[in-house]
Design a protein around this ligand. Sequence first.
Ligand SMILES: Cc1cc2nc3c(=O)[nH]c(=O)nc-3n(C[C@H](O)[C@H](O)[C@H](O)COP(=O)(O)O)c2cc1C
Ligand code: SF4
Ligand code: SF4
Length: 270
Amino acid sequence: MIGLFLSGTGNTKHCTELFLHAWDERACAVPIESPDAAKLAAAQDVILLAYPTQFSNIPYMIRDFIHKNAALWPGKHVFCLNTMGLFSGDGTGCAARLLKKYGAHILGGLQIPMPDSVCDSKLLKKSEDKNLELIQMANQKLLAAAAQIKRGAFPQEGLGLLDHMAGLFGQRLWFYSKTRGYCNRLKISDACIGCGLCANRCPMHNLILEQGKAKAGDRCTMCYRCISSCPRQAITLLGKEIVEQYRFERFEQFERPHLSIDKHPKNTIH
Ligand SMILES: Cc1cc2nc3c(=O)[nH]c(=O)nc-3n(C[C@H](O)[C@H](O)[C@H](O)COP(=O)(O)O)c2cc1C
Ligand code: SF4
Ligand code: SF4
């Protein structure tokens, strides 16, 4: 078994590592941007595919990966996991339906509320305590789901017809244009000091340094990793200014002891 994941601000990475470890402690997690991701997955029968919801849809990088690796899916057993700030409807179903077309067997789906990653919008912002609470609830849900799977029952969240209708009419239909392809709308302000952090971290290699300033291309998958990391808060996408940068790692030091899961290892290989 293997876990493939996209994670901009760390939520999905955390959920993948914890869930995978609780389900099968021999399994490794691999970021989707790793050049070896498809090759490593090809050697496994069971694949956990995890990603953040974007407008009740799949990030385009995940859709692109599924299409580009069409030969990977026939006969594979895939479990879809998506993280979300509030609501995804059929966030797992969007990938599951596509994977089925490529011949994969869908084992199940899990949709996990986590803190909101959209740093330049006030919409879903919560207090630090509320975010911590969300993470603790997510941890409990992931551990319970893994225990359920070990008993032979796979959760089916986001995979039914009603979920499909909720995702479609609740959000996707109105925002479909945002996830139809890669995005070219990243804005970088004059505050940029050319430190290069964003370019080093972008999973799409969509940022370069030119004459001492960061410059964005047109292949952004809207993961918010650069936006959440820029030391000058110089990058925005959906909003006009940074409201609050979010990264899961901020919570790492204090959420684990509370749940007594501090033995959970970092099982991601890069
Ligand atoms: C462009 C974008 C669109 C998003 N759309 C939704 C959404 O439709 N519903 C939702 O509940 N959360 C939405 N979110 C929030 C993320 O899905 C959520 O915070 C997720 O856990 C982030 O995961 P990550 O840290 O692994 O990147 C969106 C985030 C981004 C960046
Ligand atoms: S991380 Fe921010 S300051 Fe550093 S190069 Fe990128 S935009 Fe500029
Ligand atoms: S440019 Fe920024 S938001 Fe876009 S894919 Fe790269 S790191 Fe993510």
